[in-house]
Design a protein around this ligand. Structure first.
Ligand SMILES: Nc1ncnc2c1ncn2[C@@H]1O[C@H](COP(=O)(O)OP(=O)(O)OP(=O)(O)O)[C@@H](O)[C@H]1O
Ligand SMILES: [Mg+2]
Length: 378
């Protein structure tokens, strides 16, 4: 297939990964009349439930990836830790968007930080850790508190350890399996924000956000839009997002998580080469959702307007809510401005993202109050 030709409705999109991001993407794709195939190592996944075809295979099974790519017009991701070998095989048989290099950079914290630093983009002060000697030197250089993170395969705060004044760094590293890691200075945060960029085949750029994000136990808890951050800082975050996407010749959706310090620095925490939890509110609150935008971008269609139609707030629903039985869905929905999204996951484990609520209101404060009240009624 030619790179210039749009991939039109009726074509088939391949999604690597089976989670909620793929599920909401598949909903958007089906609404526009596309077919969706998904590949993940489980059966009856959140994405698979919405897809035409669900293939259960390991991301390392290159024969199955090849066969999968042959059966679709374009491959995209909802799971970013697909190996470079797997994306290379897919690229032989289908368009792969975003490209394999973008994934390769974003899936490894040290590669990501090197890429950003080379381009003069500000990151959290850090040091690489591959040995005990590195670790001792890193702690001496960055001080405490600091945060030790595995270089790859971290999510929702997994693969992280905080080093306080009394913690033994070597024990903390052992707790992470002595894997290649990065030590980061602990940032005194004024706030955390994210920007979700979209870049089309023709290089057109558009963005959602920034969103103001609140984390609990290192897991995203609540996102609101619009952000109350001053305009000059918003511009820094949006410019950085565009610069990263251009440097990676990116096609699709990329989220950047930022730390904003009390002295006004806007540091890149990490890149997510896909739609992002902080953008779930775009489904209900924006003219185009992040998922439809991903579809438009990877299919070579014009991007949709990302305009926020109303202030909104999103609250995650973690498996912990099921501890004393099924949550009281009807009570949460008693407020007609609240929307419920559930991901079709059978097992509610503590910390597992099961769904989210979105509330729309006249102001972000009201939206936040509404969404938290609705969650409280569950
Ligand atoms: N250096 C730091 N200084 C201060 N807070 C930090 C630092 N690193 C991480 N945190 C806190 O922990 C959260 C999760 O960290 P990070 O984004 O690196 O992990 P993750 O496991 O990749 O999370 P996710 O995939 O859910 O975004 C951050 O959003 C922030 O609240
Ligand atoms: Mg993060």
């Amino acid at each position: 297939m030619s790179r210039a030709q749009p991939i039109l409705p009726g074509s088939t999109i391949g999604v690597l990964g089976g989670g909620q991001l793929g599920r909401m993407f598949a909903m958007a794709a089906r609404r526009l009349g596309y077919r969706v195939h998904t590949l993940a190592p489980e059966h009856d996944t959140p994405t698979g439930q919405i897809s035409d075809v669900e293939i259960m295979a390991s991301y390392d099974d290159l024969d199955r990836i090849r066969e999968f790519a042959r059966g679709v017009d374009v491959v995209t991701f909802e799971f970013e830790n697909v190996s470079a070998a797997a994306t290379a095989v897919a690229e032989e048989h289908a368009l792969v968007r975003p490209n394999g290099r973008a994934l390769y950079v974003a899936q490894h914290r040290l590669r990501e930080k090197a890429f950003l630093t080379e381009r003069g983009l500000p990151v959290t002060p850090f040091a690489p850790v591959a040995s005990e000697a590195d670790l001792v030197a890193a702690v001496a250089a960055l001080g405490r508190p600091s945060v030790l993170k595995t270089a790859s395969f971290g999510y929702d705060g997994k693969g992280q350890a905080c080093l306080g004044p009394d913690d033994d760094p070597v024990r903390a590293w052992e707790g992470l399996g002595r894997q290649e890691a990065v030590l980061e200075a602990f940032i005194d945060l004024e706030r955390e924000i994210s920007v979700i960029g979209a870049r089309g085949v023709d290089g057109a750029f558009s963005h959602f956000g920034p969103f103001d994000n609140l984390h609990r136990d290192h897991i995203l808890d609540v996102s609101v839009a619009p952000s109350t951050m001053p305009a000059p800082l918003v511009a820094k975050a949006v410019d950085a997002t565009r610069a990263v996407m251009e440097a990676l010749e990116y096609i699709g959706i990329l989220c950047i998580e930022f730390f904003v310090t009390r002295d006004g620095a806007v540091l890149i925490n990490e890149l997510a080469p896909r739609p992002h939890n902080s953008g779930h509110l775009t489904f209900d609150a924006c003219r185009t959702s992040q998922f439809e935008q991903q579809l438009r971008a990877i299919c070579g269609l014009p991007l949709g307007s990302p305009e926020l139609l109303q202030p909104a707030a999103m609250a995650n629903l973690l498996g912990d809510l099921w501890a004393s039985g099924t949550p009281h869905w009807a009570s949460a929905l008693a407020d007609g401005d609240v929307k419920l999204h559930l991901y079709g996951k059978a097992q509610a484990r503590p910390g597992r993202k099961m769904g989210h609520l979105t509330a729309l209101a006249a102001t972000t404060d009201q939206a936040r109050t509404k969404v938290l009240a609705a969650r409280g009624r569950l």
